[in-house]
Design a binder for this molecule. Structure first.
Ligand SMILES: Cc1cc2nc3c(=O)[nH]c(=O)nc-3n(C[C@H](O)[C@H](O)[C@H](O)COP(=O)(O)OP(=O)(O)OC[C@H]3O[C@@H](n4cnc5c(N)ncnc54)[C@H](O)[C@@H]3O)c2cc1C
Length: 424
């Protein structure tokens, strides 16, 4: 059996591992556009900030590919696909035949379309190359602007602070982290960022980047001009789905898959940030672009490519981050859709509680009586009251005493131990 995997990251490498475990004899090829062996993309902002060194990023040495007999085509892009002949076209003109193919091409950053966006000094933060280039440019005391207040924006700001930069964050929405927190939780997150030294500007947009030969300042819609040696854009990502664009596998945002992570194209599977999988909280197909989801989807897709019939139970959005002295954990549907004219009645209930004195914020979202979303914000040292455990209960009913104790930030270990066993 000839297996080809496009994408040498969380989903692709996890799939290659599962394939090799199930099929010791098959030939496995993995194609990666980036020239490096498998590395931890989630660590790139820590590398930027000097919290981990470059070597610590690598999760598989070159030796791993040799030992596992995985033929690695690194620094090579897969250009196209002939789904009838079952062959992948590499950018150097070679064709790789496959019996089973995994598309694990992840996502690419969405850039801003303003004058000056191509000036040296303007970067997204997605790859090791981006982190390296930013590190090479920034010096302690230099001004840096982060565009976007989402997860990558916040992580970029932390990385830049670690590198000694003076950071301003420009956020077009009226709050930071708008995908995962509502206004009350976001206020706490913003205050934590500000305590660390980030200047946060809400409700404003970058309209131009100016400079002679390189970025020197950013012009905002409000008319403000901000000095910037480095501009890091964190405005979300787009699934890299071009390779299947002309096929019936294309979904609303990414590549659509069934519960076995097969696409509509025979013998082609998809996993990770490029795949639209069943979301257990939203009860709909969504792209949940997270490392853990990518690893798990890769594992299941790989096993299925090698003959198993594992059903993927579905993904969940889950985020855990530390901003200075504040810890944030969220999971599932934390911002349910708002009723509108087309759907005046929606079945969601939101319960939340903020205790400013204890720096605690808790929120649960229920569909009927089922838990579908959780958010906990609190002091960094405070264990966020078993939120990780609570996430196992997404889609299940939890009694009100437990929810109440969680909202009050008073869920005891004894109560956790008494949680019903069916969640596992
Ligand atoms: C700064 C940062 C911080 C993050 N922090 C977190 C976090 O804390 N927690 C979390 O869960 N997630 C985090 N993420 C998201 C996480 O990194 C992704 O969900 C994860 O990397 C997805 O893995 P993947 O294998 O699907 O795709 P990717 O990691 O995107 O890898 C896909 C690979 O395929 C390659 N590729 C694409 N097209 C082709 C082609 N045609 N031919 C050959 N190769 C191709 C790409 O170059 C890339 O190397 C973070 C991301 C960033 C950028």
């Amino acid at each position: 059996m000839r297996y080809v995997v496009i994408g040498n990251s969380a989903a692709g490498v996890s799939a290659a591992r599962a394939i090799r475990a199930a099929d010791p004899d098959g030939s496995i090829s993995i194609i990666g556009e980036e020239p490096y062996p498998y590395y931890g993309r989630v660590l790139t902002s820590y590398y930027l900030g000097g919290r981990v060194n470059r070597e610590a990023l690598f999760l598989a040495e070159e030796d791993w590919y040799r030992r596992e007999r995985v033929e690695a085509y690194l620094g090579v892009k897969a250009w196209g696909l002939d789904v009838d002949r079952r062959e992948v076209l590499l950018e150097d003109g070679r064709w790789l035949p496959y019996d089973r193919l995994l598309v694990a091409t992840g996502a690419r950053p969405q850039m801003i379309d303003v004058p000056g966006k191509d000036l040296p000094g303007v970067f997204p933060l997605r790859t090791l190359d981006h982190a390296q280039a930013i590190r090479a440019l920034i010096r302690p005391g230099d001004p840096a602007v982060v565009v976007g207040g989402g997860l990558v924006g916040v992580k970029a700001a932390e990385g830049l602070l670690g590198a000694g930069a003076k950071v301003t964050m420009v956020v077009s929405s009226p709050q930071v982290l708008s995908q995962i927190l509502d206004a009350e939780g976001a206020e706490m997150a913003q205050a934590a960022l500000e305590r660390e030294g980030v200047q946060v500007l809400l409700g404003d947009d970058v309209v131009a980047i100016e400079g002679t030969g390189r970025a020197e300042r950013v012009i905002l819609r409000s008319g403000k001009a901000l000095a910037a040696k480095v501009v890091v854009v964190g405005k979300g990502v787009q699934p890299n789905r071009d390779i299947l664009l002309a096929t019936e596998a294309i979904g609303r945002r990414g590549i659509a898959v069934n519960q076995f992570l097969e696409t509509a194209v025979p013998a082609v599977y998809a996993a990770g940030d490029v795949a639209e999988t069943w979301d257990r909280a939203w009860q709909a197909s969504r792209v949940n672009a997270l490392w853990g989801n990518a690893v798990e989807q890769g594992r299941i897709a790989g096993a299925n490519m090698a003959g198993a019939s594992l059903s993927y139970p579905g993904s969940l959005a889950m985020n855990s981050l530390v901003l200075g002295d504040l810890g944030i954990i969220t999971g599932g549907m934390v911002r349910p859709p708002q009723p509108d004219q087309s759907q005046p009645e929606l079945p969601y209930r939101v319960l939340s509680r903020k205790d400013s004195r204890r720096q605690l914020y808790r929120k649960v979202v229920l569909r009927g009586n089922q838990l579908v979303g959780v958010a906990a914000v609190g002091p960094r040292g405070e264990s966020p009251a078993g939120v990780g455990t609570l996430l196992k209960y997404i889609g299940k009913e939890l009694g009100s005493p437990l929810l109440e104790a969680f909202l009050l930030g008073r869920l005891s270990i004894a109560q956790w131990l008494r949680l019903p066993a069916w969640a596992d």
